[in-house]
Design a protein around this ligand. Structure first.
Ligand SMILES: [Zn+2]
Length: 139
């Protein structure tokens, strides 16, 4: 006849503990609760039937922001491209605005304005992503 379990592992939910599994041994119960906390990102408690109380509690370690972020890499590349186009448009404008005809002057200005708009739109998207995602750097 197997012994009745001595310990139980619960998820510590905001509404109350949720039973997860039984465990015969305290060391094993603690190890398992700690593992579950990490795996599931939730706090877990170990309950002792003998003592009729909680004997251990494990909170998940705060997860570090993801270091690799493919989306950020893409947004940064788009941003760099737009910045390069913007710089080129500005240089072209600076080099030629002194000498060019009014028509040419107008088209260079439009180009620089469009490049600036592209760049700001992409920069805004990148900043918004980093703010929401907390990624540290692009992969
Ligand atoms: Zn990211």
């Amino acid at each position: 006849m197997p012994e009745p379990p001595s310990f139980a592992i619960f998820i510590e939910d905001g509404k109350g503990p949720l039973f997860r599994e039984y465990c015969a041994d305290l060391t094993e119960a603690k190890r398992r609760a700690e593992e579950l906390a990490e795996l599931e990102g939730l706090p877990f408690i170990v309950f002792s039937f003998q003592q009729a109380r909680q004997v251990a509690r494990f909170k998940p370690k705060p997860r570090p922001a993801s270091v690799y972020c493919a989306e950020r890499a893409l947004l940064e590349r788009l941003c760099d491209e737009a910045e390069a186009i913007l710089n080129a448009a500005r240089n072209a404008f600076r080099d030629r605005s002194g000498a060019c005809l009014t028509e040419e002057f107008g088209s260079l200005t439009n180009e620089a304005q469009k490049a600036w708009q592209d760049f700001s739109r992409r920069k805004t998207a990148l900043d918004a992503h980093v703010r929401e995602h907390h990624c540290l750097k692009a992969g």
